[in-house]
Ligand binder design. Structure first.
Ligand SMILES: [Zn+2]
Ligand SMILES: [Zn+2]
Ligand SMILES: [Zn+2]
Ligand SMILES: [Zn+2]
Length: 143
């Protein structure tokens, strides 16, 4: 590194100090299309970034919910879990459970499915009913 470059580096702009370097990204030579780099005109720092273009995601294995998509330019991959939940059952507390059709994972949902009894008048202008399983109350105004 020359003296001139050293001096230049010592006077990094405020933006450079927080990693916001100037310059425009261009494709890197000898690298896949998704590799970009730029040289900051203020501090000469070379900044490299990837701009992957992911293809369609696909399940990696049968009976497993890991999905992968691979960059069309290089072999960089991202993975995510995507379950296919469908209704499974309701427990004694009326909590709804769902089961994944692919991997059999069961999860408790935030929703409840009550089995309501009949409405009865509990106070003037007010009607109530209760769930026959968990006792949850439901009220409504009546005229
Ligand atoms: Zn810079
Ligand atoms: Zn890539
Ligand atoms: Zn699953
Ligand atoms: Zn209930």
């Amino acid at each position: 590194m020359s003296l001139f470059q050293k001096a230049k580096g010592a006077f990094k702009s405020a933006k450079c100090k927080v990693g916001m370097h100037g310059g425009n990204y261009s494709k890197m030579e000898g690298k896949p299309q998704c590799y970009l780099s730029k040289t900051c005109p203020d501090c000469d720092e070379v900044v490299v970034k990837n701009k992957h273009k992911y293809g369609n995601d696909f399940y990696v294995r049968e009976m497993n919910c890991l999905k992968r998509s691979t960059c069309v330019h290089c072999d960089h991959a991202v993975e995510k879990i995507i379950h296919h939940y469908t209704f499974d059952r309701v427990d004694a507390g009326c909590n709804v459970f769902e089961r994944c059709a692919r991997c059999d994972l069961v999860k408790k949902t935030n929703s409840k499915k009550h089995t309501w009894g009949d409405w009865s008048v509990t106070a003037p202008g007010r009607s109530s009913r209760a769930c026959v399983f968990c006792g949850e109350q439901d009220h409504k105004q009546i005229n």
